[in-house]
Design a protein around this ligand. Structure first.
Ligand SMILES: Cc1ncc(COP(=O)(O)O)c(C=O)c1O
Length: 371
């Protein structure tokens, strides 16, 4: 066995569980309560038509980095739409939300900086912080007293990193208090709106809803692959920040630009979110139905999450529902930040609240039977 084979074999033996690549068929025949297509836009004919037009006009790929020949007019159109939707002065689009987080933290981090992340921050934020070369610290989830203590002891410039809505528990960050705390300590606040954009604040996002859009020390990132039903990522903030990223963000400079078809679809999605607030309200109604089915308060975003007694119980319930054509999220260690396994139901604007209520009601009983 060579070195690589030995490494793969050891890793496989030590793995708590094997991940599978899950194919989402039989969509749309089945009931999908697991994907991130929160507004039900992935198959919207308007997004598809915008993508087809861009395909015909620009071809299948950007062909180069945005700073070489990979920028086409639809990228600027998308950036204008995203800035308008979120109330921000400027936007810069990346090939994915992951790349946007790596790019932003890499270009504002570095050895003279401490990056302080909420313990539930997404992998892309953690990787971005580590790759930046900054001193990386974590503070307990949503514990602002612990964050204040960390900031008080900091001996260098600080960047605080949170998500507006967390993807596993579905809970929210207290953005007004975070922004105030960061302003007091002269720290920068980075808010990842991957699960807020298109969902909270009537679709404008949580930063907008908190009145923090365009506030100098509050920077925003988001994925375009969730509520917007497309692909790509964005950093939102001042024109100066945009200029800085164009010159320094490695995942912008050294990565092929976002495919024009994805950019066109995302731009169309931004227009739909702004013009159809009833779509965001429909998503909320489904989220409320799921929470009602569990007798729990509704979480801030689309994700509603119910703890399971064990990983085995969560797996067995997800498997049972899959056999009935209902896809639900099943989160187990090591993919959960606090070690607690969960069944996660994701609300979508194009689902019937009564149906979502019916599925939600069954989950606690199924879990009890599986434990
Ligand atoms: C909070 C958060 N940030 C960033 C990302 C990455 O976004 P993308 O899938 O567009 O790369 C995700 C995706 O799961 C996410 O949940």
């Amino acid at each position: 066995m060579n070195g690589l084979e030995a490494r793969l074999a050891t890793a496989a033996r030590g793995r708590a569980r094997h991940r599978m690549i899950r194919t989402a068929e039989p969509r749309p025949a089945g009931i999908d309560l697991a994907s991130n297509d929160y507004l039900g836009l992935i198959r919207d004919p308007r997004l598809v038509a915008a993508a087809v037009t861009a395909l015909q006009r620009y071809g299948t790929g950007a062909g180069a980095s945005r700073v070489v020949t990979g920028t086409v007019p639809v990228h600027r159109e998308l950036e204008d739409e995203l800035a308008a939707l979120t109330g921000q002065p400027a936007a810069l689009v990346f090939a994915s939300g992951y790349a946007a987080n790596l790019g932003l933290l890499g270009s504002i981090g570095g050895p003279g900086t401490m990056i302080a992340l909420d313990a539930h921050a997404h992998a892309s934020l953690i990787d971005g912080a580590r790759l930046s070369g900054a001193v990386v610290r974590f503070w307990p989830h949503n514990d602002l007293a612990a964050l204040a203590e960390l900031l008080g002891a900091a001996d260098r410039r600080v960047v605080v990193v949170v998500e507006s809505v967390y993807s596993v528990l579905g809970d929210a960050a207290d953005l007004p208090r975070l922004a105030e705390l960061c302003a007091d300590r002269d720290a920068t606040l980075v808010v990842d709106e991957a699960h807020g954009l298109g969902v909270t604040g009537a679709g404008h996002g949580s930063v907008w809803a908190a009145g923090l859009a365009g506030v100098g020390h509050v920077l925003v990132t988001a994925s375009l692959s969730k509520a917007l039903g497309a692909q790509g990522g964005v950093v939102l903030g001042s024109d100066r920040l945009r200029e800085h990223l164009i010159n320094t963000a490695r995942t912008f400079v050294f990565d092929t630009g976002l495919a024009p078809a994805a950019a066109a679809a995302a731009a169309e999605a931004c227009r739909i979110v702004r013009s159809e607030p009833e779509r965001v309200a429909a998503l909320r109604a489904v989220a409320e139905a799921i929470a009602a089915g569990w007798g729990r308060p509704v979480a801030a975003g689309a994700v509603q999450s119910l703890p399971a007694g064990s990983a085995g119980a969560a797996e067995s319930v997800a498997r049972q529902l899959t056999t009935e054509g209902v896809l639900v999220g099943c989160f187990r260690p090591p993919s959960v930040p606090d070690g607690i396994s969960r069944i996660r139901l994701t609300a979508r604007a194009d689902l019937d609240p009564a149906m979502a209520l019916g599925v939600a009601r069954r989950v606690p009983a199924l879990l009890a039977g599986a434990e």
